[in-house]
Design a protein around this ligand. Structure first.
Ligand SMILES: [Ca+2]
Ligand SMILES: [Ca+2]
Ligand SMILES: [Ca+2]
Ligand SMILES: [Ca+2]
Length: 473
């Protein structure tokens, strides 16, 4: 026979009462409400110690499939002696655990880490709880999230559901909840639970090269990112060595690690374009200085490398273009401070403004640069103040931008040397004639093309030569 006792039964608690002369099979657990009469006054109770346990079909408590450890079984031999008869019975007392302990996590908070872009299925860690009752434990996370899950309800392995980009997500937090019973609704048995907070820091991986600054980040595919820059430009004077760090546009040569969380140190090097050894680049700062003067005008294009000190497979290149220009000693100068022009009010956009009221010679503004033999600096550009009704070609011809009403319009015009920013200013006054009294050339033109018919009476050069007249020449 078997008797079942709870693990926390008090000492000397009565489990059941045996009556002499009754069949052994009739013994029942006291808790089943079948009291037995006491007739054991002259019986000897002899414990014989523990014995190997074998589940008995008649003992449901002995075969709990969720019990991780077998109940403890005590076996005793009971001998009852009476003047008329002697009886012996073997009794197995099974000590069964009850669920009176909560599961416990080792810590309230767990700080885990995971390299970014770890693939789906990667196990971050196993966060297990313990339960003194030895109950089977059931886990779930809250809130459920797109990045992490647990392996299964009984196995709290924290696994990756979706690869994470460090630039997008740097930490994920959720609660891990454990319950020591299978959940039923409504609950049918006592249940205990525990909660731990899981914080997972995403670690930056060195998967990106240096990015020259400034640059514009562009996402490629789902997780890849590149940063687009446009290179650097500078200007130096022909035959003149500039002292100090050369200023560049849009800023100094500078790169940062595309992995902002790693921010590896970067060094710089000129890969090509410096065969004449005019320039020196500081490998730590990226600053560029001159070692000697450039003796040939025109652009010098340096290819500059930025490479990580650690993991030199991560590198990037950019261009630094220096314009070697002739040093200006004279700013441009208009040949007049005040220009006068004429145009019909019936003239449409792109019509030429003429230089006299007979309207047969186009107006042309001209600025000369005394640094050039013929006075023509090919880098000079003309421009009207913003919002003007007129535009001007590189050759200085003035065009209508919009229709204008009769009257006089005065606007400021500038001649700018685009190599050094030097400029001159003049005024253009245009008399807009009533349409009925004038006859304008009807050919509309693009702002950069001058019709040959319009120029027939002018002395516009057909070819420009940058005949330089440098002060030293
Ligand atoms: Ca428990
Ligand atoms: Ca990274
Ligand atoms: Ca990197
Ligand atoms: Ca000049």
């Amino acid at each position: 026979m078997c008797l079942v006792s709870c693990s926390n039964s008090k000492l000397q608690a009565v489990l059941a009462t045996l009556t002499l002369g009754r069949p052994v099979a009739a013994v029942r657990d006291r808790e089943e409400g079948l009291p037995w009469s006491v007739a054991m006054s002259n019986c000897n109770l002899v414990p014989v110690g523990q014995s190997p346990w074998k589940p008995a079909p008649s003992c449901p408590a002995c075969s709990n499939p969720y019990s991780p450890t077998p109940p403890i079984v005590h076996q005793v031999r009971i001998q009852c002696t009476h003047p008329s008869q002697t009886s012996v019975v073997q009794v197995a007392i099974i000590v069964q655990g009850i669920n009176d302990n909560s599961p416990v996590f080792g810590q309230e908070q767990y700080l885990l880490s995971l390299p970014e872009l770890s693939p789906q299925g990667t196990v971050v860690d196993i966060v297990e709880a313990t339960d003194l009752d030895g109950d089977v434990l059931f886990y779930h996370i809250d809130p459920e999230n797109e990045f992490f899950a647990i392996k299964s309800v009984n196995f709290p392995d924290v696994v990756v559901r979706k690869a994470i980009d460090y630039d997008v997500v740097k930490r994920v937090s959720f609660k891990l909840i454990v319950v020591d019973t299978r959940s039923t609704s409504p609950p049918t048995v006592p249940s205990h639970s525990a909660t731990a907070t899981i914080n997972i820091d995403i670690l930056d991986v060195d998967n990106r090269p240096p990015w020259f600054q400034p640059c514009t980040e562009v996402t490629v595919g789902s997780n890849s990112k590149v940063c687009l820059g446009s290179g650097y430009t500078g200007r130096v004077n022909l035959t003149e060595k500039t002292e100090g760090i050369l200023p560049l546009e849009p800023g100094p040569v500078f790169a940062i690690d595309g992995d902002k969380g790693k921010n590896e140190l970067i060094t710089y090097r000129i890969l090509s374009g410096n065969e004449a050894k005019i320039f020196h680049l500081d490998e730590n700062t990226g600053n560029i200085m001159m070692l000697k003067a450039a003796d040939v005008s025109g652009p010098v294009v340096l290819t500059v490398l930025a490479v990580q000190l650690v993991n030199s497979d991560q590198y990037a290149t950019t261009s630094v273009t220096f314009d070697v220009v002739i040093k200006s000693q004279h700013p441009p100068q208009f040949n007049k401070q005040q220009y006068e022009g004429f145009v019909s009010s019936e003239a449409g956009p792109n019509s030429l403004v003429m230089q006299d009221d007979s309207l047969n010679r186009p107006l042309r503004v001209q600025a000369e640069d005394a640094d050039f033999l013929d006075g023509v600096n090919p880098a000079v550009r003309y421009e009207f103040q913003d919002g003007s009704d007129f535009t001007v070609t590189n050759e200085g011809f003035v065009l209508l931008r919009t229709a204008v009403s009769p009257g006089t319009v005065s606007v400021q015009i500038q001649a700018v040397d685009t190599t050094n920013g030097e400029f001159a200013e003049a005024t253009v006054s245009v008399l807009v004639l009533p349409g009925a009294t004038t006859a304008m050339p009807t050919t509309a033109m693009e702002t950069t093309d001058i019709p040959t018919t319009a120029m027939a009476t002018t002395d516009i050069p057909t070819t420009r030569h940058a005949n330089h007249r440098h002060a030293n020449c």
